[in-house]
Design a protein around this ligand. Structure first.
Ligand SMILES: NC(=O)c1ccc[n+]([C@@H]2O[C@H](COP(=O)([O-])OP(=O)(O)OC[C@H]3O[C@@H](n4cnc5c(N)ncnc54)[C@H](O)[C@@H]3O)[C@@H](O)[C@H]2O)c1
Length: 366
């Protein structure tokens, strides 16, 4: 059966989804974007088959509406949907990194023809916009679905089928679970990373050589501060209900740490570090990437037989030893699905040059 898919926002995420959806048989993709250059590029490349005159005309033709705009704009479009006269079934989804307020807006949709299943494909890049989009962006990534009240199993199934060529792995969560977990493992660390960079920036004013010392640990834990600022401002504001109490806890914890140092509580400080180390070391191996401890490179590869072996072979031929290798399932703010870790910065640099020279897209974000 033929389906018409209306995608609003053809940037990194919307463009990448459109590339997958447009390749399916019997699917017509209508696109809309605030940026005209993006729209014409997507149309010329056949990633969208038609350009919508406006939101209403796109919605009127669509069986599925995908909102892939910044979160606050997605919420605006959901509000707008309530004002339209929709007289046939419309499945609506989004790609927002924070779900609570999007779901709240979706629950206010009164038209019985509309059902809403939220989505969050947990892959991205430090780049943004249509030119950074790629069809294999979501290969092996986690794709969270958050159905609204009233959406049934078949709606989620429709989306899984529609996005099946992405190669993502679907996971259904409540919005609460989704937002709490992403706050802890992604949004809050991002806040702290950015604040650490600000601290270093202040100190550099009086210590100009500081940037030459900012190696290893500092670069590891601040890597994510290099991601798209507009996206992250939006995420922080959308998830502030959870981030504000986390900041309170953190400030309290730093206050306690300050007291330990002030009163020279050597034993308690040692205990604090031991407990942190114990918990960090006890994380399952596959979680270790949360805080990379080696010199990492990120290689963009397609999920096809031999893809990893080709990379490993190139490195082996040059006698470069790999410390760790991992396919990343959650990679927001990172370009490249394969993370390879080395013991030294020299190995990292020569691997980077070698793979780059062999046509791979490689990033060093340390
Ligand atoms: N980048 C990531 O790592 C990532 C990962 C998962 C989900 N997301 C989510 O994806 C969404 C989009 O992020 P992105 O990284 O693709 O951003 P992006 O900047 O690459 O793309 C956003 C697109 O929306 C368009 N747009 C902006 N306002 C519009 C409007 N009023 N009407 C129509 N189009 C409009 C822009 O022109 C742009 O093409 C966000 O909600 C974000 O939370 C991002």
């Amino acid at each position: 059966m033929s389906k018409t898919i209306f995608i609003v926002g053809l940037g990194l995420i919307g463009g990448s989804l459109a590339m997958n959806v447009a390749s399916e048989s019997g699917v017509k993709v209508i696109g809309m974007d605030a940026d005209h250059a993006t729209l014409s590029l997507a149309k010329n490349q056949g990633v969208v088959h038609e350009i919508a005159e406006d939101f209403t005309s796109g919605v009127n033709q669509a069986d599925v509406l995908i909102l892939a705009t910044p979160i606050s704009i997605t919420i605006e479009y959901l509000r707008l949907l309530n004002e339209l006269n929709i007289e046939k079934p419309l499945l609506v989804t989004d790609v927002s990194s924070v779900k609570h307020q999007v779901l709240q807006a979706a629950q206010k949709l009164t038209n019985p023809f509309i059902s809403f299943v939220g989505g969050h494909p947990m892959a991205g890049s430090h780049k943004q916009g249509y030119t950074a989009a790629k069809s294999h962006l979501f290969e092996n990534a986690i794709f969270v679905l958050t159905p609204a009240k009233g959406a049934d199993e078949s709606d989620a199934r429709t989306l899984k089928n529609l996005f099946s060529t992405t190669g993502a792995r679907f996971l259904t969560l409540s919005t609460k679970e989704h937002d709490e977990m992403t706050a802890v493992i992604s949004h809050f660390p991002h806040l702290i990373a950015s604040s650490l960079v600000h601290q270093a920036r202040e100190w550099q004013k009086t210590h100009p050589s500081l940037e030459h010392l900012a190696a290893g640990g500092f670069r590891d834990i601040t890597r994510i501060a290099s991601s798209n600022p507009e996206l992250w401002q939006d995420i922080f504001f959308q998830n502030k209900q959870l981030l504000i109490p986390m900041l309170d806890d953190w400030i309290g914890e730093m206050e306690r740490m300050k007291q330990l140092l002030y009163h020279e509580e050597a034993q308690l400080t040692h205990q604090y570090l031991v407990e942190a180390k114990k918990f960090r070391d006890g994380l399952p191996i596959r979680e270790k990437g949360a805080i990379p401890s080696f010199y990492d490179i990120y290689v963009d590869i397609h999920d096809q037989p031999g893809a990893i072996q080709n990379v490993i072979q190139l490195l082996a031929e040059q006698g470069i030893s790999i410390k760790n290798i991992r396919i990343l399932e959650i990679r927001e703010g990172i370009t490249g699905a394969l993370r390879i870790s080395f013991q030294t910065g020299e190995e990292q640099q020569s691997s980077y040059q070698l793979l780059l020279g062999n046509g791979y897209e490689v990033t060093i974000q340390a």
